[in-house]
Design a protein around this ligand. Sequence first.
Ligand SMILES: Nc1ncnc2c1ncn2[C@@H]1O[C@H](COP(=O)(O)OP(=O)(O)OP(=O)(O)O)[C@@H](O)[C@H]1O
Ligand SMILES: [Mg+2]
Length: 228
Amino acid sequence: MSNIVLSLHRVTKTFGGKGDVPLVEIFKGMDFNVKRNEVVGLFSPSGSGKTTFLQIAGLLDSKFSGDVYIHGSKVDTKNDFQTSIIRRKNIGFVFQFHHLIQEFSALENIIFPLLFEGISKGIAVRKGQHLLEKVGLGKRMDNRPAELSGGEQQRVAICRAIINEPALLLADEPTGNLDQSTTSKVMSFLIELIKEHNISAIIASHNPTISQLVDKNVKIVDGRIVCN
Ligand SMILES: Nc1ncnc2c1ncn2[C@@H]1O[C@H](COP(=O)(O)OP(=O)(O)OP(=O)(O)O)[C@@H](O)[C@H]1O
Ligand SMILES: [Mg+2]
């Protein structure tokens, strides 16, 4: 299997350009690779295109020109059905706001992706319990999101993103709404789980402390991704 998990080739992305709306060129023939087990930190100013980049890399946006390869195979991003299967099999997401299901307990929230894949409930529950214990939430499994702190909720969201061991984890400001000390704790859990499960990751953030925890730091400059 290819050593490159994600590859973007000559990606160009624009917004606007119709009527009076000015054309904004976010990416101009951008190339980028993520290797197996590589954790990349993406640090760029607000508005530079981090979320746009993660949406393209995560196969959530098909309105761009250029190609995305997952494990060396070109994704037909215009085919929604196939793209959604590739996304589900390979990619996990953590967002700034966790998007947990309020009616579900912490455990139910994280085993949901496994049940969706047809894994038996017994196995899913054991795996979920193990993960929640790892991130220090062993005693909070039956609590609903509203009964957990912001940092605890984000730890649940991280467990949910990695429970089916995606090849690639994409995190968009995963600690954006947490204080500094909670950020450090949540980030160390995130990196620990990524490393333990041999997952590749891109973590977009404004937080400089995260840059010390990743393998490589990159930023967006003039529509391209460059190493720091
Ligand atoms: N749907 C859209 N229509 C028009 N412009 C957009 C759209 N989405 C994003 N943009 C513009 O594209 C640029 C990049 O946005 P993006 O959200 O990717 O930035 P970001 O680096 O994630 O910023 P932040 O750090 O604030 O989250 C911004 O100038 C934004 O205004
Ligand atoms: Mg953003």
